[in-house]
Structure formats: C-alpha cells, structure tokens
Design a protein around this ligand. Structure first.
Ligand code: BGC
Length: 742
C-alpha cells in the first residue's frame, strides 16, 4: 500500500502545476497523471470512485446509508456529501488517504446554495438584486467559508429556469428569464470557482450545474413531476443558463430527477451525451441527483436497479449519488456485457481529473485546517457582504403616500410571528448556518428605533387558524403611528419538496392585516417568502409592500435599514407575480397568439372573462424611494447589418428627492420569424446609481448574435426583418422604437 501512496504523491507533485480549469495546453499532462493512477486501480476501486454517499451530518434526501466509513476504507466510496467542518472532513479524508489501498482522496460535496455559515438571501431573492458583482461576491464568500470547513464541492448553481410558482424550488434559482439566468449562473460559477477558475486555490470550490435538465418545469408545479416541452422551448429557454454555467468553467453537472420527453434525465443519452458533452462541450463529470438512478425503476423505464445502472452509465452518468446502484450492479453488468468497461474508465478518468485539478493529490487535507476555519467562518467582511446583497435583493412593490421610509422615532407597531423569527430569515438550504446568535427583524427595529418606540404583538402565527392574538395586535397597533406587519411563508414552505396548490399568504395573516387596515393608519407589509405569491388582497390592504424574501444571516438588519431609508430599495422581480394562481404559468416572454387582447372587441380573444391577462407585478418591476424618468430611445442606426452592431441609448434621470439605483432593462421583439417569437425578450440590463436630479445616458449594443434563436429548421441563428426594441425600468413600462436586421 505504501508503494502506491508514494506513487500517488509523485504523480501529485508533477501535476501540482497543472490545476487550472480550462487550460488546454496542460490538459494532456493532466490526462497522463490520471492515466498513471488508473493503471493502479482494480475494477472495484474504479467503481468506488463513482460512488457518492451522504454522511449522517445532514439529511437532504429520503434514505441514509450506514457504514460509509468502512466503504471509504475499502475503496468502495470515493466521495462524501453532507459532511462538514475541518475536523470531521479531516477524519474522513484520513481514512481515505491512509487506510484505503490506493489512498485516493475524497471529494466533499455539500449544498452550499446561498451560503455555508454566513447565509445570503435565497437565490431567487438574490437574483432580484440584478447585481452581478454582488451575486458573485456572495458565491465567493460562500466558497471561502465552505472551503475553510472541509468542503471542496458545492451542489450549485441551480440553473433551472422556471415559470411555476407552485414549485417550491423556484426559491433556489434565478427566476423565469433565460438571459438574466445565464448571467447570474456565470456570476455564481465565478464566485465558487474563483475569478481565474483556479480550482487548486484552497479558497475555491468546484461548482455543480444543476438540475440537468429542465427540472424547473414540473407539470402542475409538483416537485419531481413529469416535464414535457418542445425541443425548441427546451433549447431556447431552458438550456441557456446551464450552458452559461458550463461555459464559465463549471466542472460538474447534476442530472435531474425528472423525465423529459418520456426519458428520465438520469438515463437520457440525448441530454447527458448529445447535448451536454457533444453540443455544450462539457469536460467535467456528471453526478446524479439523490438516488435518481434507482428512481428510474419507478419511472417505468427499466425493470430493476441493475438495468437502471446500465442505462445511467450508457447515458453518461459518472457518479451515483447515494443510490448504491453502481456499487451493487456495475461490475456484474460489465461481466454480463450490458455495459462496456471503457465507460467506467471514462467516468473514473473524469472524476480523478477533477480531483487533480482541485489539488487533492497534492494535499488531501488542504480544506481541513481548523485555524483557517475559525478565522474565515462568519468573518466580519462576510457578514458585511451578506448585509449588502440582502438590501439589494429587496423589492419595493408598493409605496402609497410615501408610507416608507419610516422615520426614526415614530411609534411603530410590529406585528407577526415572522417579525420575531430568526430561523425563517435563512430560508431553505441553510447549509451549516446557525440562527441562535442572529437578530430577528423585531430585534433590529428595536435597536434602530429605540425599544420604547416599538410595540410588538405576534397577532397570529405564519400558519393555522388561531385568531386569539388578534385583539392584542389591534391594541398594539392602536398605540402606534405606523404598523409594520411581517407576513409570508414558513421557511420550509419553499425549497425542495415544498410545492403548493395555492400561492396565497397562508393562515389568517391576511385576515389580521385586514383588521389592522381598518384602524386607518399607514400599514407596511414586509414579505418573507420563497416564491411569487398571489398578493391581490394584500396589495389593496397595505399602503406599502416590501418583498424581503428570506434575506439571510443579516436579514433583520437589512430589512430595518431599508424600512428606515438607510438604503433605498433597488431590487426588481425576476419572476412575474400573478393576480391569481389561475393565470399561472404567466411570464413576460409569452407569444402574441392569433387573438391578442389589444385588438378591438374583447369577445373571442385570448383572455380570461374573470380577470385581466396582465400580472399584478410584472417581471423586472420594483419601486424606489425616488423616481426615474426615461427619455425616448436613440438608435445609432435603424438598420443592423448581419456583421454589424447598433447602439440604443436612453437618458435616465433621477426625478425624485433622494439618491437611488435603477435597473435599466433592454428588450427586443422579432416581429416576423420562421417560428413565432416572444412579445419581449430581455437582451441586456445595467444597474445604475443616480444622485437626486442626476441624469445618465445608458447605451446597449445590439448585434445579430443577440437575436439568434432555433429557427424552423432547428438551426440556430437570427433572421433578417423588423424588430422592436424596448428600454425601461421593468418589462411593462418601456420606451419603444424599431430597427431592421438586414
Ligand atoms: C436535491 C439536490 C441536492 C441533493 C443533495 C437532492 O434531493 O434535489 O438539489 O443537491 O439532494 O443534497
């Protein structure tokens, strides 16, 4: 055994200078090093590298396996997830390196989705910041803390486009738009894997693009449900964010639970080989989602787990998360000629390659330094970064009569269970985040406004029918100048396995809001939730609504600073908020149809008879404590040649009394295509900061490549013809002009 460890160390030494992702000149050397290890491996050991088991430190799926320590020792398990802290991962790594025959180091995966210890806003919330630098920073800090706690692999970014608010996992993504989703996916990969994509840097971790693919479109919004969409919609709308993350250098991809066009993603050669490897050029490894190989038996695509394993391997799956299928059946399948051993070799090569890139052969304990962990976890600058992005994520949905900002010293009644909660501020997938030391929104409002100026009453719970606290809440509100009611969903109501058939504010929270409204005092609603909600009632009852999502470790402070105007809200929705669930799916890039409603005579038009077509709050929408005016659009030319570029400019002015930030958004519409085109598509945006009274010219460059789509013959490219171009502060309120693509 010693001999092998020595050999591995030599290999590691030679390879330590070739750890940068995507550097093709070094690819060959890396491959040689990987081959040298491969030569030492038995088939069992190779299969062991294709196995990923959860530790018992966190539970993120239905089954737990005991005895993983022994599996590591025997070389039957090359990768662990849900284990963290420098000390514990060191203990496991030691078993792998010192007690297994070959001493190949383990990968340690974890769902560092929006933070490891310092928890950032849920991803949907963070996307509403439209601030790519802040989003990258959040992933960077998450990586630094995770890497300090023994983790070298995160199961993020989640790149699933979704127009389905019933699906609880919209909270984990970047919303409905493929373009914005792509930019955010890139930013997150950059944050996790570092600016230079250098995985050998001990402060970076491997990103995992998930859930490949189209997991965000489950029928009826029910998690894990069937997905069915045209290939064109898949390629045009759902694929781009995954592609962007892969182009940004992500070296692992997770296959999703769902089927697409009748084939479960984990067994889909079309997805995992034709699209992922051939079309997108992905060079890393593919891991399944939690037991998704086994689940192909339930899908009814294979008769048993052994067949499921063969289907997965043949499709392109390299690593089996928690299913034990590869471990139990792969060797036999090879012996029976059901799968080619070469596929196992290819998979192991890809996994080892990433282990080399991470520098694990060089120093298997590089992520297991307790001193470093102590210094980096919850570092003050991490909490500052979280506070910053939490404020930027919040969306002001309504603000009648300048109800906000609150004035320091006003008597404020704070109502609602969520106001006093710390756990809820973290949302789902809180990784290793703690909430015991955190301050609630109520604590922070008291700190800011003075204890004597804050009267708290719970009023009611987040859920349930109990109205016994109403009277006390009303009494508290009577004594106050303004009422701040924090309402929304329990943190567990979004995230995985949290689909809903209603997107109303749960329980009796809205009923209490109605009673508070009757007091004729300004009522401010702060929302905490992980999905678009139906706010049709609340939007008539509240004078102001601040969408705060689940804003993270510093969330209470962030909410307080926004409420009191220390930060002027700048977030914009990245998912449409409907008027009613009956409008779902509703998204801004819909098609015009043959019978659009703007034509005269409303009968026989594509409309509802009991509700307008348009949403309550459109994509891109969000108010500020100031106002912005847009000039008409100026084009550098209204003809765009096939190899040219035109510029579209607007002058944006801060017309209100305070400094503020605005997200200037640019959309296009292709008026006639070989296939019908959406009424608007986001093509660019810029978040700007303007002092009161200040103006700025914002320019977007438009090129033919930006107008490309999958044409009637399924080739990708743009088509000559007339286009509309829109610029504005949301997808509804825009200036408009036209140009021609020659
Ligand atoms: C989820 C993944 C997650 C995995 C590991 C699964 O149930 O779908 O998103 O990464 O568990 O925790």
């Amino acid at each position: 055994m010693k001999k092998y460890i020595f050999t591995l160390l030599i290999i590691a030494f030679i390879s330590s200078s070739c750890n940068k992702a995507n550097i093709s000149s070094e690819d060959k050397r890396l491959d040689q090093r990987v081959d040298s290890v491969m030569k030492l491996m038995t088939l069992d050991e190779k299969i062991g590298q294709m196995v990923l088991y959860t530790s018992d430190w966190d539970v993120t799926g239905p089954t737990l396996k005991s005895g993983y320590l022994d599996d590591i020792r025997k070389g039957n398990c090359g990768n662990i997830f849900n284990a963290h802290t420098a000390a514990y991962t060191r203990k496991l790594q030691k078993i792998a390196v010192e007690e297994s025959r070959l001493g190949i180091p383990l990968l340690f995966g974890y769902d560092v989705i929006h933070g490891h210890k310092t928890i950032f806003p849920i991803s949907l919330g963070e996307s509403a910041s439209w601030d790519l630098a802040a989003i990258e920073k959040s992933a960077r800090v998450s990586a630094i803390e995770a890497a300090a706690s023994g983790i070298n692999w995160t199961f993020a970014p989640m790149c699933d486009v979704s127009v389905e608010p019933r699906w609880g996992r919209v909270s984990e993504g970047a919303g409905e738009d493929p373009y914005l989703g792509s930019r955010i996916a890139e930013a997150r990969v950059k944050g996790f894997q570092g600016e230079n994509n250098d995985l050998s840097d001990p402060l970076t971790i491997l990103a995992c693009v998930k859930h490949f693919a189209a997991y965000g479109a489950p029928l009826a919004g029910r998690d894990y449900n069937t997905v069915d969409m045209s290939e064109r919609v898949f390629l045009d709308t759902y694929l781009p964010p995954y592609k962007a993350a892969i182009d940004a250098g992500a070296m692992s991809v997770m296959s999703s639970f769902n089927e697409l066009d009748g084939i479960p993603a984990t067994g889909s050669k079309y997805l995992l080989t034709d699209i992922l490897r051939k079309k997108l050029g992905f060079k890393g490894f593919v891991v399944t989602d939690y037991t998704s190989i086994n689940e192909m038996v339930n899908h009814g695509i294979v008769a048993n787990e052994s067949e499921a394993g063969a289907l997965a391997l043949n499709a392109g799956v390299d690593m089996d998360m928690q299913g034990e299928v590869y471990f139990k059946y792969l060797k036999k399948s090879i012996e029976d000629g059901l799968v080619d051993e070469k596929l196992v070799d290819d998979a192991v090569r890809r996994i080892l390659r990433v282990k080399f890139m991470l520098g694990l052969f060089d120093d298997p304990y590089k992520y297991c330094n307790e001193e470093r962990e102590k210094q980096l976890v919850y570092a003050p600058e991490h909490l500052e970064a979280e506070l910053d992005v939490a404020k930027k994520s919040m969306v002001l949905l309504k603000n009648d009569n300048h109800s906000l900002p609150l004035k320091k010293g006003e008597k404020i009644a704070v109502i609602g269970e969520l106001a006093a909660s710390t756990r809820d501020l973290l949302g789902s997938w809180k990784a290793a985040g703690d909430w015991d030391f955190m301050k609630s929104t109520l604590d922070e409002i008291k700190l800011y406004n003075g204890e004597k100026n804050v009267i708290y009453a719970e009023g009611c719970k987040k859920m349930g029918e109990d109205r016994s606290g109403f009277a006390a809440a009303i009494a508290a509100a009577r004594r106050a100048d303004k009422i701040v009611m924090v309402i929304g969903e329990d943190w567990e109501w979004s995230g995985e396995a949290a689909s809903r058939t209603s997107i109303n504010v749960p329980g009796v929270q809205t009923e209490l809001l109605e009673k508070l409204k009757a007091l004729n005092k300004p009522v401010v609603v702060v929302l905490m939730n992980g999905r678009p909600l139906d706010l049709s009632k609340e939007s008539t009852l509240a004078d102001a609504i601040l969408e705060a999502w689940y804003p993270g470790t510093m969330g209470g402070k962030a909410i307080t600073q926004v409420l009191f105007g220390d930060y002027n809200p700048s977030g914009k929705l990245t998912m449409t908020f409907p008027r009613t669930l009956g409008q779902v799916p509703i998204f801004y890039y819909e098609k015009n149809t043959g019978r659009p409603i703007y034509l005269e005579n409303p009968k026989y038009k594509s409309r509802y008879i009991d509700c307008p077509n348009d949403p309550l709050y459109p994509f891109g929408f969000g108010l500020s404590y100031t106002t912005f005016a847009y000039s008409d659009i100026k084009l550098s030319s209204n003809e765009l040649t096939s190899d040219g570029e035109i510029e579209a400019s607007v002058n944006v002015t801060n017309t209100g009394g305070v400094n503020g930030e605005e997200v200037v958004q640019c959309y296009v519409r292709d008026l006639v295509g070989s296939v019908t085109r959406p009424v608007k598509e986001l093509k660019g945006f810029e978040k700007i900061s303007l002092k009161a009274g200040q103006s700025k010219v914002i320019t977007f460059k438009i090129s033919p490549e930006m107008l490309a789509f999958y044409r009637a013959d399924m080739t990708y490219g743009s088509e000559p013809g007339d286009f509309k171009l829109f610029i504005g502060g949301n997808s509804r309120d825009v200036k408009e002009t036209e140009f021609k693509l020659k």
